[in-house]
Design a protein. Structure first.
Length: 276
C-alpha cells in the first residue's frame, strides 16, 4: 500500500542551489504523501504519490500511466524527456510517454520472487540500471530500454541499491553494505571504487549531469535500510574538495530516491516530511 501522511504531517518539495546553499520551497501538501522528485530536461519536476505519477505545476497534475499498475518511488526520465520509466508494484519496469499514453513493460519475467527497482538510465538513453531483488539478495542489473537481455553487474551477498549511471555512461554509482554498513561506490566492469568512508549510513548517490559532484542521502549511524520518518537525515554533496551538508531534515524514504538534479547541474530537488 502507498505510504500516507501522519496526522499533521506535510510533504515539502524543496530545491537547493548548490552554489549558494539557498533552499526554496516549491510545493507542499498536507493531503498527499509525494516522493522522489525527478527533473525533466524541460525544467519540470515530477513526483509520485498514492501509486500515481504527477507533474508539479501549481499543484499535482496526474500523468496518465496507460494501464501500468500502481507505481512506487523508483522512476527516471529519459535524456530526451519523452519517456518516463517507472517501477510498478507488480515488480516490473515500464516505459510510459511523459505526455501520457499506453505503458510498455520493459523487463523480463524472472519468476514471482524477482522484483525490479529502477534507479537510472544511461546518458545515451539506451539502457536502464536497476536493482534486482531476490529473496535476501539485491544486486545491480541493467537492461536495454527496448527490452532484451538482462546483464548482472554485481553478484555478491552484500545489500546493493540505488544504481545510477554517471554522466560518462561508463560508471554505475550505487550504495552497498560491502564496507560493513551502507556506503557509496561506483563500478565499471570489474573495477569497484569506494567513495565514502564515514560512520553515517549513505544511500542513493546522484551524480550531477556535469560530473562535478554527487548528491546523496545520509542516515544516522546504525540505521538499518533506508527507513521513512526519522530525524537527522542529511542531504550531502560529495565533491573533490570533500563532503558538504546542504540540509538536515525529518524524512528518509522518499526524500531523494531517484535522479533529482536540474539539467544545468546548479540545483537538485528533495522532499522533507516535517511533523507538527
Amino acid at each position: 500500500m502507498p505510504r500516507t501522511l501522519r496526522p499533521g504531517q506535510r510533504s515539502e518539495l524543496c530545491v537547493v542551489d548548490v552554489r549558494t546553499g539557498e533552499h526554496r520551497l516549491v510545493f507542499t501538501s498536507d493531503e498527499v504523501l509525494f516522493e522522489a522528485p525527478n527533473w525533466t530536461p524541460a525544467g519540470d519536476l515530477i513526483v509520485n504519490g498514492n501509486g500515481k505519477l504527477f507533474r508539479v505545476a501549481d499543484g499535482l497534475i496526474e500523468i496518465e500511466l496507460g494501464g501500468v499498475p500502481d507505481i512506487n518511488n523508483d522512476h527516471v526520465v529519459s535524456p530526451d524527456g519523452r519517456i518516463v520509466y517507472v517501477s510498478a508494484d507488480d515488480g516490473h519496469l515500464y516505459a510510459v510517454p511523459l505526455a501520457g499514453g499506453p505503458g510498455r513493460r520493459v523487463t523480463n519475467d524472472r519468476g514471482p520472487a524477482f522484483h525490479h527497482y529502477l534507479h537510472g538510465v544511461s546518458p545515451d538513453g539506451t539502457t536502464l540500471a536497476y536493482i534486482g531483488l531476490e529473496p535476501g539478495i539485491t544486486n545491480v542489473w541493467t537492461i536495454p530500454v527496448a527490452g532484451g537481455t538482462d546483464v548482472q553487474v554485481t553478484n555478491d551477498e552484500y545489500a546493493d541499491d540505488g544504481s545510477e549511471y554517471g554522466p560518462d555512461g561508463q560508471w554505475i554509482y550505487f550504495n552497498s553494505e560491502r564496507a560493513g554498513h551502507a556506503q557509496l561506490f561506483r563500478i565499471a566492469g570489474d573495477e569497484i571504487e569506494q567513495l565514502t568512508f564515514d560512520e553515517r549510513v549513505n544511500w542513493f548517490p546522484h551524480p550531477a549531469p556535469d560530473g562535478s559532484s554527487i548528491a546523496y542521502v545520509s542516515f544516522p549511524p546504525g540505521t538499518e535500510g533506508h527507513p521513512a520518518d526519522i530525524d537527522d537525515v542529511r542531504i550531502r554533496l560529495l565533491t573533490n574538495e570533500g563532503i558538504r551538508d546542504l540540509a538536515t531534515l525529518f524524512g528518509g524514504q522518499g526524500t531523494m530516491n531517484v535522479p533529482s538534479w536540474s539539467p544545468d547541474s546548479t540545483a537538485f530537488a528533495y522532499v522533507a516530511y516535517p511533523l507538527p
